[in-house]
Design a protein around this ligand. Structure first.
Ligand SMILES: Cc1cc2nc3c(=O)[nH]c(=O)nc-3n(C[C@H](O)[C@H](O)[C@H](O)COP(=O)(O)OP(=O)(O)OC[C@H]3O[C@@H](n4cnc5c(N)ncnc54)[C@H](O)[C@@H]3O)c2cc1C
Length: 376
């Protein structure tokens, strides 16, 4: 079906932003600060009017801030940036025909497109299906489901990465829970915090033990209706949360874009699709060919201004030149849910209430800058 936007972009300079992720909010901000590129119409296709900042979800669980404090008002930013927001999801991309199909069946044409949709959950694929399983992706669905259910007293978090660890801490310290819920953290084959230094792993393991969170270095899976950590049954459990990393959205591989072995869009140092230079991709949906970048919000956020510069360049008929070069180490601040946090930067590690205060200042500052721009 061809929808009302079918001819959108028939004139030169039509840019389609697919997904209102952490990098695309930076593009909107750049359009607001410096004006949209001349002779360009920009459309943003994303399902929700807000972006939920995942870094503040564990703090919400632990009662450190309100559920909706970590929201960026994308619809308001788009309006301020002169960008048309179309609520919906991309379900198919045809790079050669320069079209995107949405979940409502509309076809959108573009001259240039940029993908920032994040990844999709893979909990059911890895653990098996069970009515108690809740995936952390999409994060807005996860948050609403948890907010709507009575606080469980026994739960399992599957996934030993930073997201799983922070959620285990947040759930153990769930606001208003008395007694505190029983939480098991099952790391998977990669172990606790793969990619982090031994010093931070040991610090986090001590904090988990101190708080009574039971750590299993095993694979989580459902077997005969029971949630298992390897050969050990973790029943009874009322809730099983999958924080098992993100998979590539299936429409990326199906589009014919060059992808890596996991189906993420392969991009060069300018975030340009290797196979189709009029398509850009950034954040968790993309994989850089020139360097290995972890799928993390930090990288999506920092690549945002670079992407904005490159989109402005190509829309002005110039070559994109900007490149996001991550520092050797990234600062991670892991909320331990008990009024404290653990900081890690490469081999350096520190812990305390001051780390949590720093985390809150950085997180709230990030949200506030967009709130101020939207209100201008
Ligand atoms: C609990 C938790 C805590 C985390 N904490 C941290 C942290 O402290 N630091 C850190 O660096 N990382 C953290 N992460 C990882 C971080 O959330 C992701 O790496 C980051 O969100 C990726 O950003 P993105 O811009 O690629 O996509 P996203 O932030 O996922 O945004 C994608 C957007 O696109 C929209 N969308 C999705 N599919 C489509 C589609 N088909 N069509 C159109 N729009 C679509 C979505 O609705 C969303 O608005 C955490 C993750 C979790 C789950």
């Amino acid at each position: 079906m061809v929808g009302q936007h079918a001819r959108y972009g028939a004139s030169a300079g039509a840019l389609l932003l697919v997904g209102g992720g952490h990098a695309h909010v930076a593009v909107l901000a750049e359009w607001i600060r410096h004006g949209p590129p001349p002779d360009t119409r920009t459309l943003l296709l994303t399902p929700d009017p807000v972006l939920r900042y995942s870094g503040m979800v564990p703090g919400w669980l632990a009662g450190q801030h309100g559920k909706d404090e970590g929201l960026v008002d994308i619809a308001a930013l788009a309006a301020r940036a002169g960008v048309e927001w179309l609520p919906g999801r991309c379900t198919a991309l045809d790079p050669a025909a320069r079209t995107v199909t949405t979940d409502s069946g509309e076809t959108i044409t573009f001259d240039y497109a940029s993908l920032d949709t994040g990844g999709v959950g893979q909990g059911a694929a890895l653990l098996g299906d069970d009515p108690r399983l809740v995936d952390i992706r999409p994060i807005e669905v996860f948050t609403e489901r948890l907010a709507a259910m009575p606080a469980p007293s026994r739960m399992v978090v599957a996934g030993g990465g930073a997201g799983g660890v922070e959620l285990a801490f947040g759930l153990r310290n769930r606001a208003g829970a008395d007694p505190l819920p029983q939480v098991s953290l099952v790391t998977g084959a990669g172990g606790l915090l793969p990619g982090f230094s031994p010093a931070v792993r040991s610090r986090v393991a001590k904090a988990l033990a101190r708080q009574g969170i039971v750590l299993h270095h095993a694979e989580a899976r459902f077997a005969d209706g029971a949630i298992m950590a390897g050969a050990i049954s973790l029943e009874p459990a009322e809730l099983v949360i999958a924080a098992t990393g993100s998979a590539a959205p299936p429409w990326v591989r199906a589009s014919g874009l060059a992808v890596d072995g996991h189906g993420f869009a392969l991009v060069d140092a300018q975030q340009r699709a290797l196979s189709h230079p009029h398509i850009f991709a950034v954040g968790d949906v993309a994989a850089r060919v020139d360097r290995r970048l972890a799928h993390s919000g930090v990288h999506a956020v920092k690549a945002g201004p670079v992407l904005a510069a490159n989109l402005r360049a190509v829309l002005g008929g110039e070559a994109p030149r900007a490149s996001y070069r991550p520092r050797r180490h990234s600062l991670y601040l892991l909320n331990t849910g008990d009024a404290s946090a653990i900081a890690t930067y490469g081999p350096f590690v520190a812990e305390g209430a001051w780390v949590l205060a720093l985390k809150h200042r950085i997180d709230k500052g990030w949200i506030a800058q967009y709130a101020a721009l939207a209100a201008q």
